[in-house]
Design a protein around this ligand. Sequence first.
Ligand SMILES: [Zn+2]
Ligand SMILES: [Zn+2]
Length: 298
Amino acid sequence: MSTPGEGDRLVILGSKGGPAIRPGGPSPTSSLLELGGRRIVVDCGLGVTRGLVEAGTHLRTLDLIFVTHLHSDHVLEMGPLIHTAWTAGLETPVRVYGPAGTGYVWTRFCQSMEFDIETRIADEGRPDLRDMVEVSEFSEGEIVTDNGVRAAALRVDHPPVVDAFALRFEAAGRTVVVSGDTAYFPPLAEFAKGADILVHEAMLAEGVDRLVARTGNGARLREHLLASHTLADEAGTIAAEAGVGHLVLNHLIPADDPGIGEADWIAAVRKTWPGPLTIGRDGLVVPINQKHEKGETA
Ligand SMILES: [Zn+2]
Ligand SMILES: [Zn+2]
């Protein structure tokens, strides 16, 4: 355990929105939050396990997992992460918090891996993985206070998903808010009030048409994106109204278009947000104990 506040950090493990992966491109959404000596994994998109290892985490110390909603780019690797931690020597129980249906995802994963789990228990003498994981399903409001970490959820606007949540984490005097997937949702500003860091999803308007053309799913995909996600300048508006210390854009759409670079994202956000700003990328580390001055670009 580290001293509260010391070494606290946010690591963006996967920075892209949507489940597809492409050569050399970033991974779907997952983050690691180290806050007050606790280790919190937020969302488990494809690549979360590799991302945690690359971030210097020992999988056997896997602790808390939060899932914002059950879209595959946020939950596809939840079971494989926990299972891999188990085979890496997981010593303590893992607590998973997610919306309604998260328990089903976990139990069905275990069923699909029954042969391997039973074999390793018998052959390697491992404890039963199914006894080491506790899944709690949450709705809006306070989720849990667990050894100094306080977590709360706000239902956001991510049609057609009803159980989609923003999450607020408080520990050791620091607050980090994660928007989850949402269309522009003004109540998020109140929920994120005064947070040290707001991690907000973002979409770049000029990139959407190019993305839709590449993915080949035409008008339906475009319609979904515009109804369910937030434009970068709108994320800036939420950050400004919430008065957060630092805005980190994540779940980028598009995330792997060579025609769209960090400068394009920054230009879009600067229309509405003058404060500390970081554009997410896989492996990005944002220290949490560092206070930023207004106007600084981090
Ligand atoms: Zn998503
Ligand atoms: Zn989603």
